[in-house]
Design a protein around this ligand. Structure first.
Ligand SMILES: O=C(O)c1ccc[n+]([C@@H]2O[C@H](COP(=O)([O-])O)[C@@H](O)[C@H]2O)c1
Ligand SMILES: Cc1cc2nc[nH]c2cc1C
Length: 380
């Protein structure tokens, strides 16, 4: 618990003055002001995060956290739980979608076992297994507070290690059959949203299973004493992927109990890979590194992180809008705006890794574009 408090307390506001310097530089470049749209937002935010007007990212990593879910025994996914360890091996052998897209972006895939229900061994697997899957949240708390804290701190320590190796840009990814059920339950518990809005089709369930999944989430909220408690807890203020994010992050800071409640929710209806991602996001914020948030599950981790440490929201960039129902609501609650709309719903970090290319592109604009003065272009 102490380590978690230290982690949260180590997060500072982004460098607003450097974001403003980046803005001044953007306004000198040979283009009508603001005409590069979200690329300019990225440049300003990344400058504010890193404290450098023109940062470059030589080493980038997508951290794919894996964990299993006891709630799978309720029949809430289109796929069997055995797919989680099978896909972990696929990540390790380089054959999954995230491996392909990470290679395309010049990034490394770091695959972490946070709580897979199998004994996995591979030289490149980072093993932080807290337990073999969560307990069934429809019957009892998925995790204890200690297990949850352990997973968060382990996630942040992975970032510590990667930063020591020169990585400065991170993306979140995950793998866990059943984790859209856990994420929907977290979303309902933290925002008071109805399950009919928060629960989606995950890997692709039919209408009857979707209705059943909603009732499983309702049961889990009830069994764990979370029904009705999220209503009225304010969502994050209207931050966007811009330098203004830190101001809104502090505006969304709530009374001390908000973080305690988020931790309680994460332990009762969450997952080990989700908790690990909370740690990754907080760790990236602690080290002043941008963290690109992937789809529904990753964004739910971002929501928890923003409740634990409101300042962490300004270090996040939302990558894509997943097809998973409820994703837009999670992003809204954190105060993030997705950059891409690609109709993806895979997870693994696939949408986040696509944004690495946009970060590189924004950096090159800052470094390589001529100014009105240097190119002799008239302004008026
Ligand atoms: O990232 C998303 O938005 C997303 C949306 C739907 C499904 N997924 C992936 O699918 C798995 C969870 O789906 P489910 O139906 O088993 O809950 C998990 O491995 C996620 O990575 C991911
Ligand atoms: C095959 C498969 C790959 C995935 N990657 C992330 N979630 C997944 C779920 C399934 C079912």
């Amino acid at each position: 618990m102490n380590n978690l408090h230290n982690l949260i307390n180590a997060i500072e506001p982004i460098h607003q003055e450097v974001a403003l310097q980046a803005n001044d530089h953007l306004n000198q470049l040979t283009k009508p002001q603001g005409s590069l749209g979200k690329l300019e937002d990225i440049a300003r935010q990344v400058a504010g995060i890193t404290g450098e007007v023109m940062p470059t990212f030589e080493k980038k990593a997508v951290i794919v956290m894996a964990g299993d879910h006891g709630v799978c025994e309720e029949g809430i996914s289109a796929f069997p739980a055995a797919v989680t360890p099978q896909m972990v091996l696929n990540f390790l052998y380089g054959g999954a979608a995230v491996n392909v897209l990470a290679r395309h972006a010049g990034a490394d895939v770091v695959c972490v076992d946070m709580g897979v229900n199998a004994d996995l061994e591979h030289p490149n697997l980072v093993s932080c297994k807290v337990r073999k899957g969560t307990r069934n949240m429809a019957k009892e708390a998925a995790l204890t507070l200690e297990e949850t804290t352990q997973a968060i701190v382990a996630g942040s320590e992975i970032v510590d290690d990667l930063v020591a190796k020169g990585y400065r840009l991170f993306a979140t990814g995950e793998m866990g059959i059943g984790n859209t059920t856990a994420s929907a339950a977290i979303l309902c518990a933290l925002t008071g949203l109805d399950t009919s809005i928060a629960v989606g089709r995950g890997t692709g369930i039919d209408d009857a299973t979707w209705l059943h999944k909603q009732s499983v989430v309702n049961t889990a909220l009830d069994v764990n004493g979370l029904l009705g408690r999220g209503a009225g807890v304010s969502a994050g203020a209207s931050a966007s992927a811009s330098a203004s994010a830190s101001a809104s992050a502090s505006a969304s800071a709530e009374e001390g109990s908000s973080g305690d409640y988020a931790l309680e929710v994460l332990s009762k209806v969450g997952g080990l890979e989700i908790a690990g991602l909370v740690g990754v996001i907080l760790g990236a914020a602690k080290h002043r590194c941008p963290v690109i948030v992937d789809g529904f599950i990753s964004s739910t981790a971002a929501l928890v992180a923003s409740r634990l440490a409101p300042l962490s929201a300004s270090y996040m960039l939302a990558s894509h809008l997943s097809q998973e129902q409820g994703h837009a609501k999670v992003l809204e609650s954190v105060g993030l705006a997705a950059m891409l709309q690609m109709d993806m719903r895979l997870g693994e970090g696939t949408g986040a890794v696509l944004v690495f290319n946009l970060i590189d592109a924004a950096g090159k604009i800052m470094k390589e574009m001529a100014t009105f003065e240097s190119a002799g272009v008239s302004r008026e």
